[in-house]
Design a binder for this molecule. Structure first.
Ligand code: SF4
Ligand code: SF4
Length: 283
């Protein structure tokens, strides 16, 4: 990481003035990469994050009656960049709500960005994955590439949209709108390393208090292995699938090496077969 930072700015800390200021928002400042720590154990399901995101980013609103929960947005898509899942769960002791605010994971190995042919998706100086709608040609390659089902094309528009991690606000030293609006502190934002430290401390504390189902999601060793880790990490109270999150997300590029290996072996076998047939035919 330090090498990477020095390559960006060989004179010193490796941070641009803007990203240094932003990294310091969270009190750390040792890295330009920022991220979220969403602690679902203190989410109250108010959906203030969804509304704040919609307002700031002028995302069109289509309230839905889903008839299966109090949720009225359903999932992340081009018109919902933050989504609070409402999970109603029967337990041995009765009934409980599980709530968690989901968002783009800003993967370290981002499949959406790898397949984008126009450069509409790019890695920002904050380590986040940003989509510039005015450069998107609506090809839709990024949609099936995302292992989390985060990104989609807007109906009636055709272009893809997703969370930008408030790129414009970060540039003005402002907190992301969703984190700013969260009344309980469930959505934490700051330097990525600091967010991970905070998540691990919180997990340790919950486990010590006997919350057996608590676990992290999105770190390089818990749910984020297949995408090189994520800038959006979560503390969940149950398995990821319960919240509608994939348990083993993987960027499709990781399967390519295996695929090319199998193709090379098949080609080798074919060549050997042809050679054997020619030699056998001459005898
Ligand atoms: S979660 Fe999906 S849309 Fe977000 S950075 Fe990762 S691959 Fe891209
Ligand atoms: S960071 Fe900004 S764009 Fe992303 S979910 Fe939060 S408010 Fe929306």
């Amino acid at each position: 990481m330090l090498r990477q930072l020095r390559a960006r700015d060989p004179r010193g800390l490796g941070l641009t003035a803007r990203s240094r200021r932003t990294a310091e928002l969270g009190g750390g400042g040792e890295t330009a990469d920022v991220g979220f720590f969403t602690d679902s154990s203190i989410c109250i399901g108010c959906k203030a994050c969804e509304v704040a995101c919609r307002q700031w980013n002028m995302v069109p609103d289509h309230p839905r009656f889903l008839a299966n929960s109090y949720d009225n947005s359903g999932s992340l898509d081009a018109d919902t960049w933050r989504h609070v899942a409402f999970v109603e769960q029967q337990t041995a002791h009765g009934f409980r709500w599980l709530m968690s605010s989901d968002v783009c994971k800003h993967c370290r190995e981002a499949a959406c960005l790898e397949v984008c042919p126009t450069g509409a998706l790019f890695r920002s100086e904050f380590g986040t994955v940003v989509l510039q709608a005015d450069v998107c040609n609506g090809c839709g390659y990024c949609v099936p590439a995302c292992p989390f089902g985060v990104i989609s094309r807007r109906e009636g528009d055709g272009r893809a949209f997703k969370c930008t991690l408030c790129y414009d606000r970060l540039g003005q030293d402002m907190l992301p709108a969703c984190a700013k609006a969260c009344p309980t502190g469930s959505i934490g934002f700051g330097p990525a390393a600091e967010m991970e430290r905070r998540a691990r401390d919180r997990l340790e504390r919950l486990r010590a208090e006997g919350v057996a189902g608590a676990r992290l999601y999105g770190t390089a060793d818990a749910g984020g292995e297949g995408v090189g880790g994520a800038a959006s990490i979560f503390l969940l109270l149950d398995r990821p699938e319960i919240y509608g999150l994939p348990s083993e997300p993987e960027t499709p590029a990781r399967g390519l090496a295996e695929g090319w290996g199998a193709a090379a072996m098949a080609a080798g076998a074919l060549v050997l077969g042809v050679v054997a047939a020619v030699v056998g035919g001459r005898r």
